[in-house]
Design a protein around this ligand. Structure first.
Ligand code: SF4
Length: 182
């Protein structure tokens, strides 16, 4: 890990010459969004402890522009679900997702959030994708901080390359309809 060195994000593709640089709006917006993701940590159990390590000085998620955690869904654009989600907790998770403004992304961290994990019981939701759409899954029980960072980088790639029109597309609306989300 390098210290004391500022690494600048790559500029988007474009035309450049003396005194000018031209690119597409979509690429500039993607670059800005990618490097300023505000995560909402929805942590219910042990995977949340790994997330605390991910935010600490050694792994330092701030290096990816995500140091500002949001505990208000309205000021967050990445929902990070970490831990076992009981069925009783499902409606709360869904409400948090619905309160987030578009564009929003979801990272499912660990086996419990992704599939119920070892808790194949009547009380545990067998994967959060039964109630909300998920963009990236991080495997592991618990995943190491490096894996969580890898998941965030994969989300960043999605954010950077997403079309500004995707959220208005019939496919996206059909996906939300599938989840009964308006
Ligand atoms: S995946 Fe493992 S570490 Fe993470 S919340 Fe479930 S039991 Fe805990």
């Amino acid at each position: 890990m390098e210290t004391g060195k500022i690494i600048l994000a790559d500029k988007p593709d474009g035309l450049e010459g003396a005194g000018f640089f031209a690119t597409q709006l979509e690429k500039v917006v993607g670059l800005a969004r990618k490097n300023s993701i505000w995560p909402l940590p929805f942590a219910t159990s042990c995977c949340g402890i790994e997330f605390m390590a991910t935010m600490g000085a050694h792994y330092d998620l701030a290096r990816f522009g995500s140091e500002r955690l949001s505990f208000s869904p309205r000021q967050a654009d990445l929902l990070m679900v970490m831990g076992t989600i009981a069925k009783k907790m499902g409606p709360v998770l869904r409400q948090v997702y619905e309160q987030m403004a578009e564009p929003r992304w979801v990272l499912s961290v660990g086996a419990c959030a992704s599939s119920g994990g070892i808790f194949d019981t009547y009380s545990v939701l067998q994967g959060i994708d039964r109630i909300i759409p998920v963009d990236v899954y991080v495997p592991g029980c618990p995943p190491r901080p490096e894996q969580i960072i890898d998941g965030v980088i994969k989300i960043q790639r999605l954010v950077e390359t997403e079309s500004l029109r995707r959220r208005d597309s019939p496919e996206y609306k059909a996906m939300l309809n599938h989840y009964n989300i308006e």
